[in-house]
Design a protein around this ligand. Structure first.
Ligand code: ADP
Ligand code: MG
Length: 312
């Protein structure tokens, strides 16, 4: 297999939902990533941050109740904190795994900013779930306190924030330079820190969360990657998902995907952004391939043996 430049987007199951789970999860995650690096590919790791940014916001909310002087910490700063915390665990685990295999490649986390448009319609319609799941009654109480609450794919209620589309990745050249130098960067964690271009050269953080799948696709496009691999909790994308006539897909082209999206086959907030991000990447330039599969199937997936391949 030819050496490829791959953007690997890790889902929630690659990181776990709390400190202990994350420390354990990153070990098997590191092994799966190391397989791709050992096979000779250039790999940049992107990841989600749902539970982690949820933990950070909950901790700050709790602190605010005890100590009135607790400063208000905007969502952009919470995302930055989550990149540092997740990056630390991931880079540490991957460094160890690579060293154990005799691959002395440096691994580093890049605090990454994602530029969004202040006029993005998402700011009028907060949709991205953050933090814990709540019951309907708890959700009603939180809504009274000013949070926007929405039901999430049958799993309960969650707080939601705006999720604007990424228009540029500020540190893309740094990612490119590290890859060219044979290093392993971790970037656009949690979709990147959402920033808006304000006066002159200034970038300003904004209270939003960029979808990690879209941010990974934008990064992949910006650094001219060959492949975007989205690793999640299912081996393949399905139509009629969870129904008796469920059908797992090996291949999905833009035309079929558009039709399935229209008929509502992919759940918003979970599979829909993955399919849309994959489509955006594969149609952004020639010879670009996207794959949606499970973490422990990544190696087989890149060899074309499993997963759902998205083509233009
Ligand atoms: P991640 O943390 O990896 O982003 P999500 O929970 O957001 O994971 O999205 C992946 C989930 O989407 C799968 O585990 C599955 O339960 C759900 N899903 C919704 N629609 C589909 C579909 N059509 N095919 C496969 N999985 C789907
Ligand atoms: Mg998700």
């Amino acid at each position: 297999m030819e050496k490829q430049r791959i953007v690997l987007a890790l889902g929630g199951n690659a990181l776990g939902t709390n400190l202990h789970e994350q420390m354990l999860a990153v070990r098997s995650t590191a092994a799966a990533i190391a397989d791709l690096i050992e096979a000779g590919h250039e790999v940049v790791i992107a990841h989600g941050n749902g539970p982690q940014v949820g933990m950070i916001t909950l901790a700050l909310e709790a602190a605010g109740k005890i100590e009135a002087k607790t400063p208000y910490i905007p969502m952009s700063v919470c995302v930055a904190m989550s990149q540092g915390y997740i990056g630390y665990d991931l880079q540490n685990a991957l460094r160890e795994e690579l060293k154990n295999r005799g691959i002395p490649k440096p691994v580093a986390t890049i605090i990454t900013q994602t530029v969004v448009d202040g006029n993005d319609p998402a700011f009028q319609n907060p949709s991205k779930p953050i933090g814990a799941f709540y019951t309907e009654d708890e959700a009603k109480e939180m809504a009274i306190r000013g949070y926007t609450m929405k039901e999430d794919a049958g799993r309960g209620y969650r707080r939601v924030v705006p999720s604007p589309k990424p228009i540029d990745i500020v540190e893309k050249d740094t990612v490119d330079a590290l890859l060219k130098a044979g290093q392993v960067p971790i970037a656009v964690g949690g979709g990147g820190i959402p920033v808006r271009q304000v006066a002159g050269n200034r970038l300003k953080g904004t209270s939003a969360v960029v979808d990690k799948d879209f941010a990974a696709a934008k990064l992949a496009e910006s650094i001219e990657a060959d492949a975007l691999i989205i690793l999640t909790a299912v081996e393949k994308v399905a139509i009629h998902f969870g129904k008796p006539d469920e059908q797992w897909l090996d291949r999905l082209d833009s035309k079929a995907a558009e039709a399935y999206i229209k008929s509502g086959h992919f759940a918003p907030g979970s599979m829909l952004p993955k399919v849309e991000a994959a489509l955006e990447f594969v149609t952004s330039g020639p010879n670009r391939r996207a794959l949606i599969t499970m973490l422990d199937k990544a190696k087989e997936g890149i060899q074309g043996k499993t997963g759902t391949t998205i083509v233009p």
